[in-house]
Design a protein around this ligand. Structure first.
Ligand SMILES: CC(C)(COP(=O)(O)OP(=O)(O)OC[C@H]1O[C@@H](n2cnc3c(N)ncnc32)[C@H](O)[C@@H]1OP(=O)(O)O)[C@@H](O)C(=O)NCCC(=O)NCCS
Length: 144
């Protein structure tokens, strides 16, 4: 059974494992520390025996900015990212909108976020260090 809970320090190796399996340019291990240690941040893992996915989001004024979301490859298309996002939305009480940036080439993530009610709000030319464009995606929450 899937269980979603706040991430703790002991989850760091598993979060890093899922990150490395999910991105060609994974964050370094230590980049996850502030999200886990700073309790104002939203850092959640999904567990099915072991950690299979995580989401990191930060409140910025009336917005919630999703910084990272990944599901282990063998656990995709089972609704786990949908469940993690729903958890963040529940915790984001009072927020006006959710936003995030995604690589233009990341068609899976773009399709996922569109399915979740995000719109592609802006093209961010050369947003990433390797020169790739980003897409700013926004989901308004006021009407939810
Ligand atoms: C994007 C990602 C988080 C989606 O996780 P997931 O748990 O597989 O997503 P869900 O099962 O909740 O998908 C919900 C819906 O999103 C859409 N979707 C998800 N993955 C998709 C894909 N690869 N292609 C097309 N649509 C997709 C589908 O409509 C899906 O519903 P369906 O399975 O009934 O068709 C996952 O593919 C991932 O970890 N990718 C690598 C990391 C990444 O790109 N993270 C986001 C960057 S910010």
């Amino acid at each position: 059974m899937l269980r979603i809970r706040r991430a703790g320090l002991r989850d760091l190796p598993e979060i890093y494992r899922v990150e490395k399996a999910s991105f060609s340019d994974p964050w370094p291990l230590l980049a996850f520390l502030p999200y886990i240690l700073e309790h104002d941040n939203m850092a959640f893992v999904a567990e099915e025996g072991r950690v299979v996915a995580f989401i990191l989001a930060v409140r910025e004024g009336g917005e919630v900015h999703i910084h990272d979301l990944a599901v282990a490859p063998e656990h995709r298309r089972k609704g786990i990212a949908t469940a993690l996002l729903a958890h963040v939305i529940r915790e984001a009480k009072g927020a006006r909108c959710l936003r995030l940036e995604v690589r233009a080439s990341n068609t899976a993530a773009r399709a996922f976020y569109q399915k979740q009610g995000f719109r592609e709000a802006a093209l961010l030319p050369s947003y990433y260090a390797d020169g790739e464009d980003g897409i700013l995606m926004i989901r308004d929450l006021a009407a939810d």
